[in-house]
Design a protein around this ligand. Structure first.
Ligand code: UD1
Length: 336
């Protein structure tokens, strides 16, 4: 079975490629290298012990994508490639809608043309916006609060409408909570361009001395220690969720929606302290004002994925902190 992985050199995509290959799938990666590096491919080949097909293509270029579908016999598509910076999405809504929606539409048009009907879409917990209560089930209201989240929600609708109209389609919408951690080899991990937006890459860069100070965005939330609570999930667990859902798509048509999270939350301070304890390093931080758009608490109810896919997050917060740090040290030592 051959899986086309768009955005396969990115953070979640690269870890999913490892999971796919170790579960016996063939892979072809499509990536335009706009937010990833070609060296990830070499490191993936080292981890997997084999060469991996790669096509450098921008998904807005329909004809090039069409050629990929001619070249390879594709059974499944896992679509990761998208713009993903929340702050930037507010400043560049047209770029975000154009890129994230048109890429998906091109993928779906190619799939229909080449009779490939099984697709996994990389969605996000941010489609829920600020939840009324936690844990969040898949049935919670969809009301994203930023442009990035709205592109994900519109893509979900495009996929649902396509599946409703073309009955052969099998669609999985995977709503990720907060992926952190890295492959245990330390060879791949999150590699943000410029100043990180997310907590864990900021922590690792402060610990590594690349940045001076982590600002904790608010300590006056209604949470036990006042800092924001999130459902962090090890990226390798998340990657395994994609392999688990392929089996579901193999035998079923229609749309399947799953939260991928651990089902419990950690506060910002808990993450910082776990990181310091596990790695024996200091993280220099200071409390600052809240970041606009942040909610106090966000964590999943992953029971549906547990029950229907037999998938569980296996790694705990210590594993996530240890593996994130191992990757940061590799990236620093090898000037990745
Ligand atoms: C963010 C995005 C979300 C996206 C997710 C991907 C926003 C508003 N939301 O979620 O749409 O799906 O990343 O992982 O950007 N924090 C600090 N200091 C920092 C960075 C973060 O205190 O320098 C805090 C935040 O206030 C939050 C927690 O750490 O409480 C996690 O933040 P982050 O990693 O950015 O993830 P989310 O905000 O949950």
């Amino acid at each position: 079975m051959r899986v086309l992985v768009t955005g396969g050199l990115g953070f979640i995509g690269s870890h999913t490629v490892v999971s796919l290959i170790s579960n016996g799938y063939d892979v072809v990666i499509v990536d335009d290298l706009s937010n990833s590096k070609l060296s990830v491919l070499d490191r993936l080949e080292t981890i997997c012990g084999k060469s991996i097909d790669f096509e450098q293509i921008n998904l807005l270029d329909y004809n090039s994508l069409d050629q990929v579908f001619f070249k390879y016999a594709i059974d499944f598509v896992i679509h990761f490639a998208a713009f993903k910076a929340v702050g930037e999405s507010q400043e560049k809504p047209l770029e975000y809608y154009q890129n994230n929606l048109v890429s998906l539409i091109n993928v779906l048009n190619c799939m229909r043309k080449h009779s490939v009907f099984k697709i996994v879409f990389s969605s996000s917990a941010c489609v829920y916006g600020t939840p009324d209560s936690c844990p969040i089930p898949e049935t919670a209201d969809i009301r994203p609060q930023n442009v990035y989240g709205r592109t994900k929600a519109v893509c979900e609708s495009i996929l649902q409408d396509t599946s409703a109209a073309i009955s052969e389609f099998s669609v999985a919408l995977l709503r990720y909570f907060n992926p952190i951690g890295a492959h245990e080899s330390g060879l791949i991990g999150e590699d943000p361009n410029g100043i990180p937006n997310n907590l864990m890459p900021y922590i690792t860069q402060v610990a590594a001395g690349k940045r001076e100070l982590l600002t904790v965005y608010g300590n006056d939330y209604p949470t036990p220690d006042g800092t924001g609570v999130r459902d962090y999930i090890h990226v390798c667990d998340l990657a395994d969720g994609h392999v688990a859902v392929l089996k579901k798509l193999e035998n079923n048509t229609g749309v399947f929606i799953y939260n991928l999270g651990c089902g419990r939350g950690y506060s910002v301070l808990e993450v910082i302290h776990a990181f310091e304890e596990v790695n024996h390093v200091n993280v220099n931080y200071a409390i600052g004002p809240r970041r606009s758009g942040d909610s106090a608490v966000c964590f999943s109810n992953p029971a549906k994925a547990n029950k229907e896919l037999g998938w569980y997050a296996k790694h705990d917060i210590k594993d996530m902190c240890r593996d994130s740090w191992r990757w940061e040290c590799y990236a620093r030592d090898h000037e990745v």
